[in-house]
Design a protein around this ligand. Structure first.
Ligand SMILES: Nc1nc2c(ncn2[C@@H]2O[C@H](COP(=O)(O)OP(=O)(O)OP(=O)(O)O)[C@@H](O)[C@H]2O)c(=O)[nH]1
Ligand SMILES: [Mg+2]
Length: 298
């Protein structure tokens, strides 16, 4: 008998900071991807799986598409663009503004070469008045031939059902790709390293966290708790001082924040030990970025 359920791959793309990871987490109903107010939070594409009666959506959350300034930035753009061809649907997320800048134009140009349906999501509608939204829709309608344009608020979970109904309607009928229990192909180890990076982004000022990378040195599960040792790498000695902070206060705050999030993820007590190291200019070094796991994915 042919399947009545649908299953397919959906990539979430857009400029940095528009709310891609927030949206993915809210659809899944759990926090898997890290988010922050700073652009370029997501560095690798992350695969997650949403399964319900209608079928299965395999989401790809991607790094924000931007003008790369270093090798890591080039990797991030590549990670986003590489998802475009092998999916059933593209979700392009934008800010709720009718001003269309160079960044948006560059993305729309890329999409014209890809033969995949595109839904535009106008996010953060909670930050503007309802009457401002039609102008945003008009501006984008003039830019590209979207299959749909849906205003949403990822943070306040507005538009989720309309979005899911639209997404399923573009997916082919077929069997699920993953079993029902699967929510991501990412390891717990990799998510924990991201949770530490999230605290770096949330607690440190502009330039410093962007030059950090986190490596889990060891992660062991005991009867009553996880014991995790992790290294935080930064680009400069002066940054190391800022990460540690006066009397170690900053590192303590980062550790407490990351531990709490890790405990939610692992559903068990966590002991987290952090060390800060310097790896000069690693973001411009091909070997350096690969050593932190920023390698091209399938
Ligand atoms: N007010 C409001 N803020 C939102 C909404 N969605 C996301 N944000 C905020 O926007 C910021 C960026 O969210 P992210 O989900 O990290 O954005 P992203 O597109 O994944 O960013 P990159 O990974 O850097 O490309 C965070 O501070 C979110 O809380 C929304 O619907 N309304
Ligand atoms: Mg993100």
């Amino acid at each position: 008998m042919e399947s009545v359920k649908r299953a397919g791959y959906v990539t979430i793309i857009g400029r940095p900071n528009v709310g891609k990871s927030t949206l993915m987490n809210h659809i899944l109903g759990m926090k898997l991807a890290i988010t922050s107010r700073k652009p370029q939070t997501t560095r690798k594409r992350m695969l997650t799986v949403y399964t319900e009666e209608r079928g299965q959506i395999v989401f790809l959350d991607t790094p924000g598409i931007h003008k790369a300034k270093n090798k890591l930035g080039e990797y991030m753009d590549r990670a986003a663009l590489n998802t475009l061809r092998d999916v059933d649907l593209i979700l392009w997320i934008v800010e709720p503004s009718s001003f269309i800048g160079e960044g948006e134009r560059a993305i729309s140009k890329l999409l014209t070469d890809v033969n995949v349906p595109v839904i535009l999501l106008i996010n953060k509608t909670d930050t503007v008045k309802d009457r401002e939204i039609p102008a945003v829709i008009e501006a984008y309608r003039a830019l590209f031939g979207f299959e749909r344009i849906i205003p949403i608020s990822a943070k306040h979970n507005i538009g989720r059902e309309e979005l899911l109904t639209a997404v399923f309607s573009f997916l082919p009928y077929g069997e699920p790709f993953y079993d029902e229990e699967t929510i991501t192909d990412e390891s717990e180890r990799s998510i924990v390293s991201e949770l530490i990076r999230e605290q770096l982004l949330r607690n440190l000022s502009e330039e410093v966290p962007h030059g950090t990378a986190v490596e889990i040195e060891s992660m062991k599960e005991n009867k009553d708790r996880w014991v995790i040792d992790a290294n935080i790498f930064c680009e400069k000695k002066s940054h190391k001082g800022m990460i540690i902070g006066k009397d170690g206060q900053m590192l303590k705050k980062i550790g407490v924040g990351a531990r709490k999030e890790a405990e939610k993820l692992l559903d068990k007590k966590v002991m987290l030990r952090l060390w800060v190291k310097v790896k000069k200019d690693w973001r411009n070094d091909e070997k350096g970025i690969r050593s932190f796991g920023y390698r091209d994915q399938d």
